[in-house]
Design a protein around this ligand. Structure first.
Ligand code: ATP
Length: 240
């Protein structure tokens, strides 16, 4: 059994079938990117893994235990940072712990050591997402679920955040699932890309090249982007 095991998972809202009989496994320490058309069910799958919703069918087993209710070993980061505006950055980290040393260490790790006493409204978008990352890490999660957390950032800030998230997940051995619209971001960050389409996983692309930077690796990454987009867009283009 995998570290995260998704078995025959289905989710229906009213008569709308969003996911149907999805079967997937993630090994410990993997970094998975979930891509696909808007409305395809990416966020739904992430919410189910987080235990924020109960599936209408199937089951999820994480770290040997079948999920029922909130996945206590997982933390989610969204596009909006969801920091409490009336708390300082440090205050936001200390909501669920009184481990001041750990909070300060994490703030330093994400480059916010000088902003502990700042309020979220006074931070840039990138700084707020750094604070949100530190807050997600304060409880030492085994699973990090990222729902387009970098979607609102400018290109340079986004690329720095991609690097930071990758480094931190590697250092801490955190298993990660990232929902993204950006297939290039998926090839930079993930070792596997799941393409979601027609209520299920249409393909799994293995990316052995994410840590390589030579021309061959770039060609391989370009091919993954091309193949992934082809799967996402293929039929819809043909139907248009
Ligand atoms: N709570 C809900 N009640 C009813 N329908 C829902 C609910 N949550 C999601 N849906 C529907 O399920 C479908 C999948 O939504 P979801 O947000 O998972 O897609 P997505 O792939 O993440 O889309 P995007 O890329 O636009 O964020 C959509 O048609 C959406 O309207």
């Amino acid at each position: 059994m995998s570290f995260l095991d998704i078995s025959n998972l289905s989710q229906t809202y009213g008569d709308k079938e969003v996911l149907k009989n999805v079967n997937l496994g993630i090994s410990k320490g993997e970094f998975i990117a979930l891509v696909g058309m808007s409305g395809g069910g990416k966020s739904t799958l992430l919410r189910l893994i987080a235990g924020l919703e109960k599936p209408t069918g199937g089951s999820i087993t994480f770290n040997g235990q079948q999920l029922s209710g909130l996945n206590q070993q997982a933390r989610v980061m969204f596009q909006d940072d969801r920091l409490l505006p009336w708390k300082t950055v440090l205050g936001n980290l200390l909501l669920t712990t009184d481990d001041l040393d750990k909070a300060k260490r994490l703030l330093a790790r994400v480059g916010l050591e000088d902003y502990a006493d700042a309020y979220p409204a006074t931070l840039s978008g990138g700084q707020r997402q750094r604070a949100a990352l530190a807050r997600a890490l304060i409880s030492s999660p085994k699973l990090l679920l990222l729902d387009e957390p970098l979607g609102a950032l400018d290109a340079l800030t986004r690329s720095k955040m991609q690097e930071l998230i990758l480094q931190v997940c590697k250092e801490e051995g955190i298993t990660t699932v990232l929902v993204t619209h950006d297939v290039r971001e998926a090839t930079i960050m993930a070792n596997k890309i799941w393409v979601i389409k027609n209520h299920g996983i249409a393909a799994e692309m293995v990316n052995d090249f994410r840590d390589q930077y030579d021309d061959q690796a770039q060609l391989a990454k370009d091919k993954i982007v091309h193949d992934t987009l082809e799967i996402i867009l293929g039929e819809d283009d043909a139907a248009a």
